[in-house]
Design a protein around this ligand. Structure first.
Ligand code: ACO
Length: 332
């Protein structure tokens, strides 16, 4: 027998307020043309009063529960990836557990910035396969969420960063299922994951505050050009690693759902691997960079518009502050 964590539902949520590049250019020294040319971004959603990381996460989770035909009580584990929690503690995952009424679930946050969802899904996958990790409620189902409100940590006077990010949330429900070993090539679920960290690059992408240093929340700082260079190399390397582990070539992939940082990073990574651009799911034009939310958000968009179909091979990948990066191959 093989045990796989299968994706049985997805959902996403965006703040009500959509801000176009033109609208942004009224208050920031920038232009629609500059933003589109350098990043592919046309608009982003910005959280308003009452909209927080946890409320967006809970909205995305409710939609995922709906598509899976489950209630919150059916969930045994909640892993929430975020770099913009509602509070320093308790975790935003605890708040989501309460908002949903998922009383059978144990819940915690994972912090790996833009790669957070890759870290969260790998963690949930591993836990679902252990008797102790899957034990709560005996249900073996995880709610894996990426949710962010980066608008609250942006320096709106820094045009080099504030135009790049947006707010949102995406959620996936994983269920551990057993399959006969001879079905390994066709069984749905997570096939392989790889994660990496290189802490030496802190100064290229970071927040200049924190509870244990300045006692403030801080603002996002980034050396964009250098991040770009590392992103393309690291992502191509980790994608190759996961494909090698699974014994597949890029041509076998039906879809790549990348972290939506920048259309140029997506294009450059696809080119490096010889992946046709039409196999890459792109939502950066509508959402900008939503950090840990971007992969599950893009995945949900592609499921709902009919691109991702059951039985297809899908690669998730992301890179972010830390640096952290990772990839995950699954059959939908
Ligand atoms: N509007 C207009 N002009 C701008 C803006 C703006 N919003 N931002 C910067 N500029 C100007 C700069 O002042 C500079 O002007 P100068 O030449 O007169 O000095 C010029 O544009 C070029 O600035 P650079 O920062 O060198 O621009 P670059 O071509 O590197 O593009 C960008 C910047 C888009 C951030 C790019 O470096 C990039 O995409 N980096 C990847 C970073 C990223 O996506 N990070 C996301 C988080 S990490 C992750 O998720 C992978």
């Amino acid at each position: 027998m093989i045990r796989r964590s299968c994706v049985i539902g997805t959902g996403s949520a965006l703040p009500e307020r959509r801000v176009t590049n033109e609208e942004l250019a009224r208050t920031v020294d920038t232009s629609d043309e500059w933003i589109r040319e350098r990043t592919g971004i046309a608009a982003r959603h910005i959280a308003g009063e009452g909209e927080t990381t946890a409320t967006l996460a809970a909205d995305a989770a409710r939609k995922a529960l709906d598509t899976a035909g489950l209630t919150a009580a059916d969930i045994s584990l909640i892993v929430l990836a975020t770099a913009t929690p509602d509070q320093t503690f308790p975790s935003s995952a605890s708040k989501v557990q309460d908002l949903l009424g998922a009383t059978n679930a144990y819940a915690f946050d994972v912090g790996a910035v833009c790669s957070g969802f890759l870290y969260a899904i790998a963690t949930a996958d591993a836990l679902l396969k252990t008797p102790a990790g899957a034990a709560a409620g005996g249900r073996h189902r995880a709610l894996v969420i990426g949710a962010e409100t980066f608008s609250r940590i942006l320096d709106w006077d820094d045009r080099g960063t504030c135009v790049l990010f947006g707010d949102g949330a995406g959620a996936m429900i994983l269920e551990a299922r057993d399959f006969p070993a001879n079905q390994a090539d066709t069984a749905p679920g997570i096939i392989a994951s790889r994660l990496h960290t290189e802490g030496a690059h802190n100064e290229l992408l970071y927040v200049d505050g924190g509870p244990s240093t300045t006692g403030t929340v801080g603002k996002l700082r980034m050396k964009g050009r250098e991040v770009f260079r590392h992103a393309v190399t690291n992502l191509a390397d980790v994608l190759r690693e996961v494909m090698d582990e699974a014994g597949i070539a890029p041509a076998a992939l039906d879809w790549v759902v990348p972290h939506q940082a920048n259309a140029r990073i997506l294009d450059a990574t696809a080119k490096k691997l010889g992946l046709p651009p039409e196999k890459v799911v792109k939502t950066v034009q509508d959402h900008a960079n939503t950090s840990a939310a971007s992969v599950p958000l893009a995945y949900d968009v592609a499921v709902r518009d009919g691109r991702i179909q059951p039985g297809q091979l899908v690669m998730l990948e992301a890179m972010g502050g830390g640096f952290t990066w990772g990839a995950c191959l699954l059959r939908s």
